[in-house]
Design a protein around this ligand. Structure first.
Ligand SMILES: Nc1ncnc2c1ncn2[C@@H]1O[C@H](COP(=O)(O)OP(=O)(O)OP(=O)(O)O)[C@@H](O)[C@H]1O
Ligand SMILES: Nc1nc2c(c(=O)[nH]1)N[C@H]1C(S)=C(S)[C@@H](COP(=O)(O)O)O[C@H]1N2
Length: 174
């Protein structure tokens, strides 16, 4: 079974102050888009770098997720450490993901440039950061997702398929 990790990184959501809306939004989008069998491995944790790194490692190495999507903690605030945690656990960074998501987000908010969201590879797992704003989830994920299945092919992960009438993926012809 294909497994995809979702980590909602938020002090307030993890404390139950508000609902983990961004994490649930990721699950909903993937459910709508993916036609292959998959299951979410879901976590809600505070903005603590040690805990975030440990959770990313757990989902990648122990839970076998081919993709781990984080929400929140990408901004300039003191407690925002998601990109640092991502860099710490990845062997390779893929800065194009952050560049494209910021470019897309700028169509909606001038504060898009405040997100340091990035992506990287840990062994056979792609780790991708999204901002915590619930409205940012679809805006960011839909613009980068067309490249994600091929990225996972390149790290010898499972073959992801989508409903092409909703979201078309791109795989270069060999
Ligand atoms: N579940 C949610 N419901 C409503 N708004 C949310 C939710 N999650 C995030 N947000 C909004 O997105 C912003 C950024 O999310 P993020 O999770 O990074 O929050 P934050 O301000 O760093 O604080 P916290 O870590 O306590 O969530 C929040 O300030 C809030 O406005
Ligand atoms: N698409 C989109 N991107 C966005 C936003 C948004 O509302 N929509 N908010 C921005 C703001 S205000 C901040 S501070 C940064 C970081 O958010 P985070 O700390 O929740 O990850 O994301 C930015 N990117």
């Amino acid at each position: 079974m294909i497994r995809i990790g979702i980590i909602n990184v938020s002090d307030r959501a993890s404390a139950g102050v508000y609902e983990d809306i961004p994490g649930k939004a990721v699950v909903k989008l993937l459910t709508d888009w993916l036609t292959c069998d998959w299951e979410p491995v879901y976590r809600v944790i505070p903005d603590e770098q040690d805990q975030l790194e440990a959770t990313m490692i757990e989902l990648a190495d122990a839970e076998g997720c081919c993709l781990v999507v984080t929400t929140g903690g990408t901004g300039p605030a003191l407690r925002d450490v998601t990109p640092e945690a991502t860099e710490a656990v990845c062997q390779k960074m893929l800065p194009g993901f952050g560049e494209l998501m910021r470019q897309e987000s700028l169509k909606y908010v001038p504060t898009a440039i405040l997100s340091r969201q990035t992506a990287g590879i840990r062994n056979q797992t792609l780790i991708l950061n999204l901002p915590g704003k619930p409205t940012a989830i679809g805006q960011c994920l839909s613009v980068v997702f067309p490249a994600i299945p091929y990225c996972i092919d390149l790290i010898d992960g499972p073959f992801l398929t989508t409903n092409e009438t909703i979201l078309k993926v791109f795989r270069p012809k060999s």
